[in-house]
Design a binder for this molecule. Structure first.
Ligand SMILES: [Zn+2]
Ligand SMILES: [Zn+2]
Ligand SMILES: [Zn+2]
Length: 99
């Protein structure tokens, strides 16, 4: 079979599996050019940006109810040790200042 499959993704980058649909969970409508999911759609969140509770940046969540944009923000927000590049560099700078 040589049927063309439209490759489509949600705005957060996750693939939409149903062919010829724009959502696996509902019939998407376009209202004033804006992609709008039906009320109660379980995949709606994949298309909407969320404001990070830690850095206020708008981002597309990777899972439902994600409130923090990255591992760094997660660690920062919950006061956990963070091992991202930024924090490791900051740590090294602080150590250098001490001596
Ligand atoms: Zn939907
Ligand atoms: Zn953040
Ligand atoms: Zn970090």
């Amino acid at each position: 079979m040589a049927t063309k499959t439209k490759v489509k993704t949600y705005r957060n980058g996750e693939p939409i599996n149903l062919e010829y649909h724009e959502c696996d969970g509902c019939e998407v409508l376009y209202i004033n050019g804006h992609k709008t999911h039906e009320a109660g759609c379980p995949f709606e969140w994949k298309d909407y940006k969320v404001e990070c509770k830690n850095c206020d940046k708008l981002f597309y969540p990777e899972f439902d109810r994600q409130e923090l944009c990255s591992n760094h923000c997660y660690a920062d927000y919950w006061d956990l040790p963070c091992d991202c590049e930024f924090c490791i560099e900051l740590e090294l700078e602080l150590q250098n200042e001490d001596c």
